[in-house]
Design a protein around this ligand. Structure first.
Ligand SMILES: Nc1ncnc2c1ncn2[C@@H]1O[C@H](COP(=O)(O)OP(=O)(O)OP(=O)(O)O)[C@@H](O)[C@H]1O
Length: 320
């Protein structure tokens, strides 16, 4: 693995204004995010609903703009406003795979047209050759059986393969995958995850993968970052985080996903109250639910503490 990150979040914060009567309040969706993602790495962002996972991908892909901090792509700060042509180049390099393969494909376009569009937009040559190659890469073969199909003529798993083909057709260096298997039948999830791994090996793609499924995250990733209330609470290799969680919140997630050896697990068990992202506590956002909470957790926000190669935002690790 190279030591220059391909993506680098530096103290990124994102808040959304919400009107409450005459008052404007803020939902603190991302708080002080520091995250480096290295070439060819698969990093999973894991957390419960509302922890900020999708917002993190959307800020990176410029659907939203951060309020503070900055994000670098290949060492350059991603501008808040792109110059002409800059945006096209950026979009060619960073592609998204969404949760729902049903709504993310245009129902009136055939597979051929769906794949041709990004190639035209990014001015690729030898379009037909590239479409054939990419369908082979996602294992929709023989290609002739799929190229003229409409999305409704395909199964859920085949549609997600078309979504993946569209994402990789312009040979991006980074793919942002937002719960790419959660809407698929359990029986076909493993096939899609294996395909993502094969694409990484064949095309040297870097992935940021968002999921609430710890078992899936362990199966697919090199590293895992655990999010809670808009913050990354723990970051380490996939095996370390899942098999030996350090942060009390990761321990809770691990308990709610009892079989980390499976490729995917069903929905998380109950992990208790979700935090209020408008009225943030002064200290650690997990303090009200934490069985190990100390007095100072109420009043101070923990910074990252290094434990071997891992980073943990928890005062339990302050003096290690
Ligand atoms: N456009 C928006 N306006 C206001 N609040 C928003 C907006 N987008 C997200 N939020 C809020 O920000 C917080 C984080 O949301 P986000 O969708 O990033 O979480 P998530 O971890 O991806 O959850 P899920 O797994 O349910 O998709 C939530 O409280 C959400 O309601």
């Amino acid at each position: 693995m190279s030591f220059s990150p391909v993506i680098s979040f530096d103290n990124v914060t994102k808040k959304f204004p919400v009107r409450k009567g005459f008052k404007t309040q803020y939902v603190h969706a991302l708080r002080n995010i520091y995250l480096d993602v290295f070439p060819k790495e698969i990093i999973s962002i894991v957390g419960e609903s509302g922890s900020g996972k999708t917002t993190l991908l959307r800020v990176l892909s410029r659907v939203y703009l951060e309020n503070n901090g900055s994000i670098k792509f290949k060492g350059e700060i991603i501008p808040k406003k792109f110059k002409r042509n800059e945006e096209l180049k950026f979009r060619e390099q960073i592609q998204m795979i969404f949760q729902d393969p049903f709504s993310s494909l245009n129902p009136v376009k055939r597979v051929y047209q769906i794949l041709k569009r990004p190639l035209e937009l990014h001015k690729f040559e030898q379009v037909n050759q590239r479409i054939k190659e990419v369908l082979e890469e996602v294992e929709l073969t023989p290609v002739e059986n799929f190229i003229n199909k409409y999305p409704h003529e395909l199964s859920g798993g085949q549609r997600q393969r078309v979504v993946i083909a569209r994402a990789i057709v312009t040979k991006p260096s980074v793919i942002l995958a937002d719960e790419p298997t959660s809407m698929l039948d359990v029986s076909i999830r493993a096939g899609i995850m294996k395909l993502m791994l094969k694409i990484r090996d064949d095309l040297d793609t870097t992935y940021i993968h968002v999921t609430h499924d710890l078992a899936a995250a362990r199966y697919i990733s090199d590293r895992i970052a655990v999010m809670y209330a808009g913050m990354i609470m723990e970051e380490g290799t996939a095996d370390e985080v899942v098999l030996d969680p350090l942060h009390p919140y990761t321990k809770l997630l691990r308990k709610a996903a009892p079989d980390p050896d499976k490729i995917t697990s069903e929905k998380l068990g109950n992990t208790g109250e979700v935090p209020d992202l408008i009225n943030l506590p002064k200290g650690c956002p997990f303090e009200p639910r934490c069985p190990f909470a100390m007095e100072k957790c109420k009043n101070y926000l923990p910074q990252y503490f290094q434990v071997d190669n891992r980073k943990v935002r928890c005062f339990l690790y302050e003096n290690r």
